[in-house]
Ligand binder design. Structure first.
Ligand code: FEO
Length: 183
């Protein structure tokens, strides 16, 4: 008896989305390292936290595929985007990346609807909601930077923006304390 509860097309789409989440994690990770190198430690910790969240999203999809009796295919992850040129560029790219991810998620939702795979449709609603939150968050940060001058943001405004970002980092381990055993 076939115990696989996902179609071939849905399995393939979920595996693609799983890799996209891993790619998003790599982007946040490389941006975090960039920010830390520039001395923006608050921003770096915020971005490190998001790298971790994206990895959790990847795991969430992986676990769902396995739970439904289908096959997980772990593939190479594309290289992250090149380093941003400024804080404004950083959050502009973060916002655009989130919008692209939303579009990819909508494709899986559409596919699950067409196949009447209501379990996958229901599973994907968590991601739909998550994207609303992530888009709003990155949009708000980008707006803050725009109000402070965008590319022309001055040192004082940049300092207080970065300080605020540090406050939002929550449980994130400061970048300098991260090790391979305590990622
Ligand atoms: Fe997993 Fe930022 O989307």
């Amino acid at each position: 008896m076939n115990t696989n509860r996902l179609s071939k097309t849905i399995t393939a789409a979920l595996n693609v989305q799983m890799t996209k989440e891993a790619h998003a994690a790599q982007i946040y990770l490389s941006y975090a390292a960039w920010a830390d190198k520039q001395g923006f430690s608050g921003t770096a910790n915020f971005l490190f936290k998001h790298a971790h969240e994206e990895r959790n999203h990847m795991m969430k999809i992986l676990e769902y595929i396995l739970k439904r009796g289908a096959e997980v295919v772990v593939t190479a992850v594309p290289a992250p985007l090149k380093n941003p040129t400024s804080i404004h560029d950083c959050f502009k790219n973060v916002f655009e990346q989130e919008v692209e991810n939303t579009k990819a998620i909508y494709k899986v939702v559409k596919m699950s609807k067409e196949e009447e795979d209501w379990a996958t449709w229901n599973f994907m609603q968590w991601f739909v909601q998550e994207q609303v939150e992530e888009e709003t968050l990155s949009m708000n940060l980008l707006n803050k930077i725009k109000i402070a001058g965008g590319e022309k943001i001055n040192g004082d405004a940049l300092y207080s923006f970065d300080k605020d970002m540090g406050k939002d980092a929550g449980e994130v381990i400061p970048a300098q304390d991260v090790t391979t055993v305590n990622p």
